[in-house]
Ligand binder design. Structure first.
Ligand SMILES: Nc1ncnc2c1ncn2[C@@H]1O[C@H](COP(=O)(O)OP(=O)(O)OP(=O)(O)O)[C@@H](O)[C@H]1O
Length: 542
């Protein structure tokens, strides 16, 4: 049977109009009459002592000028009673916590059912008043962990939670009654004051920085750095390797141009590794991967307390780290104009200051830079400084796009097949000549990086030990549209060209096997039904 509540209703003179049985029989109702005339007068929430025990008194005015009073017995050491006894405006404070426009409160019970959501939070999620109450909290609040806290009882303080693409700082705290977990409460800052905006901006910056370093690290793990890593036997690649061999030992700045994914970073590593500075690791900064505000502090480093969010002990920048080594500035075309002029000064005389410091420091690095952008055009559009351009390109190396060296594709594909199968344990060992031929006919706007990704994707989904045309279906549309000259007939599309090559291979195989279709299909690595389909096509051709 549920415990009966102590409820008393007082009329407009303060006399008892109704009292629940426990309140009446215990004498508490009479004590409440006195209390509401004395210390509790005019208060929505107050505390009193009855028979030596503290009680919390909640008084609510009703429409007919009566007052409904609910009385709850508390522990002797109740902080709530202490609070109510010491603070006259206790009710207003509690009310404020629940409706605070700057801080949303979410309460869940131990089953993770939402019991309360403050109005500001409801508005943020687009719920009508009270609508979300009663639903599992995970269905209402994006990325919540309150259900976990309500189960584990472990508080989570100062965590960042993304809600509707905004990062907010939240506290999640378990609620205990008599030492038992009964739910959890979450608090999140809304309409934050300036500092929280600043905090959220810093978090975004730091995330970008972390992502950047993760990528860098992943790159470093998978990369060996010598000339042998540059796969290719085409004239263009042979010439490029020759140029690298010549330029690397000369301590001049090198500028590498070429389309995205064509292998500029590989070239930079090879130059460094063939240079006299090889003893120290090359320092890399991708100017395009960092927010422009971070490029400068990354390059120059900063002093303790240089800006909000700076580390207390300060930090050295890439210029310092690259001293007596090489500095590779990737995507230099993305460097902000104001940083360009500062870089020019460092490249000219090796002197720089950390952000927030006047102390001149010196450094001696060899600059290797790269971009896929047209720097000359950027200069004419005043988006890149001409003086910096002339400083950075003591020597220019050009990495040709993959479509201009499609003869390298077989070697590259074999290289990637070997690498990927080692990494993911794929059974694929080779590629069918038709598939290779199709790949050689594509225009590869994403260059070697794209080829690598395509081979990897095909290998992930391949069943057997050989990649076939079917594993590259997604590229066929591209094959139809691209502009690269097909190897057989210059007016045919790639699909037609691939079709022609297929037909030719089938005819040859049939000839070799004196018309035996089973053996021809086996040799070509295709099914007999596919062979019949192709033969039907051949017979319909003029
Ligand atoms: N000749 C090559 N031999 C082997 N792998 C290559 C070759 N060229 C590029 N790659 C691979 O292709 C991917 C892209 O190369 P890289 O990062 O050097 O290109 P990038 O021109 O610097 O690209 P971005 O301009 O986008 O920075 C890397 O995984 C790299 O190892």
């Amino acid at each position: 049977m549920p415990t009966l509540l102590n409820i008393v209703v007082l009329d407009d003179t303060g006399a008892i109009s109704f009292a629940s049985e426990p309140a009446r029989t215990s004498g508490l109702a009479d004590a409440i009459v006195d209390h509401m005339k004395g210390a509790g007068a005019g208060k929505r929430i107050s505390a009193t002592t009855y028979k030596d025990e503290p009680h919390v008194v909640l008084a609510t005015p009703t429409a007919d000028d009566m007052t409904a009073v609910v009385v709850h017995r508390e522990d002797k050491s109740s902080t709530l009673v202490d609070f109510i006894l010491s603070v006259d405006i206790a009710f207003d404070i509690l009310n404020h916590f629940l409706t605070n426009p700057f801080e949303g409160i979410t309460v869940v019970d131990q089953d993770s059912v939402l019991r309360y959501l403050s109005p500001v939070h409801e508005r943020f999620f687009g719920h009508a008043r009270g609508d979300a109450v009663g639903r599992p909290v995970q269905d209402v609040i994006e990325n919540t962990r309150l259900h976990i806290v309500a189960k584990t009882g472990t508080p989570e303080i100062g965590q960042v939670q993304e809600m509707r693409n905004v990062a907010r700082v939240v506290n999640r705290v378990p609620i205990l009654r008599d030492g038992q977990l009964v739910g959890a409460i979450g608090r999140v800052m809304f309409k934050a004051p300036e500092e929280v905006h600043e905090l959220s901006r810093q978090i975004s910056s730091l995330r970008a920085e972390v992502d950047y370093y993760k990528k860098e690290l992943a790159g470093l793990r998978h990369r060996a750095f010598g000339l042998e890593e540059i796969v290719g036997e085409s004239d263009a690649i042979r010439q490029l390797k020759e140029e690298i061999r010549k330029v690397a030992p000369l301590d001049v700045p090198v500028f590498i141009s070429g389309e995205s994914g064509s292998g500029k970073e590989l070239v930079a590593h090879a130059i460094h590794n063939l240079s006299r500075r090889v003893e120290r690791p090359m320092v890399v900064l991708n100017c395009g991967a960092l927010p422009s505000t971070l490029v400068e502090s990354e390059l120059f480093g900063y002093e303790a307390g240089a800006f909000t969010g700076a580390r207390r002990e300060g930090r050295s920048g890439k210029f310092e780290m690259a001293d007596r080594s090489s500095l590779f500035l990737d995507e230099i075309g993305d460097m902000p104009m104001e940083t360009q002029i500062k870089l020019l000064r460092v490249v000219e005389n090796g002197v720089f200051e950390r952000v927030g410091s006047n102390r001149a420091r010196t450094t001696n690095f060899r600059l290797i830079s790269a971009t896929n952008r047209d720097l000359r055009r950027m200069i004419s559009e005043e988006a890149f400084r001409a003086d910096l351009y002339f400083r950075i390109n003591g020597v220019t190396l050009y990495v040709p796009p993959l479509r201009e060296r499609s003869g390298d594709i077989p070697l590259l594909v074999r290289h990637f097949v070997q690498r990927v199968s080692q990494r993911i344990g794929s059974p694929v060992r080779r590629i069918h000549p038709l598939a290779l031929q199709m790949l050689q006919g594509l225009s590869w706007p994403g260059n070697v990086r794209q080829l690598h990704h395509e081979v990897q994707r095909a290998m992930i989904f391949a069943d057997g030990s050989e990649l076939t045309l079917a594993n590259f279906r997604s590229l066929e549309d591209e094959a139809e549209h691209h502009q690269a000259p097909p190897p057989v007939n210059s007016s045919a599309t790639i699909r037609e060209t691939v079709g022609n090559v297929e037909h030719a291979l089938i005819r040859e195989a049939l000839e070799r096997h004196s018309g035996n279709k089973k053996r021809a299909a086996e040799e070509l690595g295709i099914s007999r039904s596919y062979l019949y389909k192709k033969l039907a096509e051949i017979s319909q051709r003029p």
